[in-house]
Design a binder for this molecule. Sequence first.
Ligand SMILES: Cc1ncc(COP(=O)(O)O)c(C=O)c1O
Length: 403
Amino acid sequence: MHQEITEKFNSLKEKQLSIDITRGKPDKDQLDLSNALLDISVPTTSEDGIDLRNYGEPFGIKEARELGADLLDAPLENILAGEQSSLLLCYQTVLSNFLFAEPTPWKDLDNPKFICPVPGFDRHFMMLNDFGIEAIPVPLKNDGIDLEAFKEALEQNKNVIGMLCVPKHSNPSGEVYSDKNLEELFKIGKDSSNKFLFLFDHAYLIHDFLPTPEQKPLWEIALQEKVQDQTVITTSFSKVTFGGGSISFMATAGYSLDLIKKVRTTMIICPDKINQKRHVEFFKDVETVKAHMKEHAKLIRPKFELAYSHLEKLPSECGTFSKPTGGYFITYFTSKPIAKKVVNFCKEMGVLITPAGSMYPNRHDPDDSAIRLAPTYVSKEELASAMEVFITAVELAHFDISI
Ligand SMILES: Cc1ncc(COP(=O)(O)O)c(C=O)c1O
């Protein structure tokens, strides 16, 4: 068998492949779904008579906020419609607390910390790092954060000021948090402090491509648990229309809403209202958005299924993999500490994969096990080749075959 794998390695290397599956980006055919946005005619004024071409409406035009309110199931007064990046809204949320949190701005705290489920999104760790906030990793279970570990992290650490997670189709392993998990999370966090920040990056809120467990709107659970003032939910249309060219939304209340408004008022006079209006004209309502996402699902699902069919060929002793029903990523967990080795073998065969470790704080995966695969931004033919490479690399590393 070893000889067969070595031969496969050599023949794949000879093909001189050059395939990049490092980032979860929409493919061209997905972007084409929104081409009508490019030509859409936008009036000069909003529904309530605001001139879209001028400054004004720092928290977004009403009709865009209404769309956000429907999307996040929160009242209009709790919704902000922002620029083209939800990550920016997350960053501004952390910044607002860093500068102005009460009673003590986070910048004045000794070694402030955030709880982050792992594996997680590399940019979240980078963001916290920018602010000198230590990310405390806690494991994920199928139905959300490991609550025992969450509790322990709070008990064992001082100055844990918040948590940051992707509650649906978690990046990168695809978990969908259950309502129960979210309720408990809120209870435990709130017990630790009434200023503990629940920051939800809901990037994959409407990105199902296979039947997905129902999740109550986060806002509804936050209200039920009376934590709306310490909850911030962000999302965007980056993977609905154009990556980096869409519109972002935030739901929050009271104290947290005041903080974000304060920091944004200094930072930005107003978002791009014309692009907001363009998106509202394009979609009209949330039902149209959801129908549009079904078209994305038709393009994405076959790629994930193709990837699953290859991963299933790997002997089970080599590892396990997540089989998400939405989102943009699959995570393969090697059973031996060989993730770095696998990624290097892939590179030798011409396939680029997100560096091993990136899904953990300080780029350190203590088990050297998690590997993120992003199957969307390549053709099915390229994906098939990339998956051949990947399984060959796993086998080479797992069986310690010399090449
Ligand atoms: C979890 C998560 N949040 C945010 C983003 C970026 O979103 P945006 O373009 O709205 O900043 C991504 C993109 O990959 C993501 O995976």
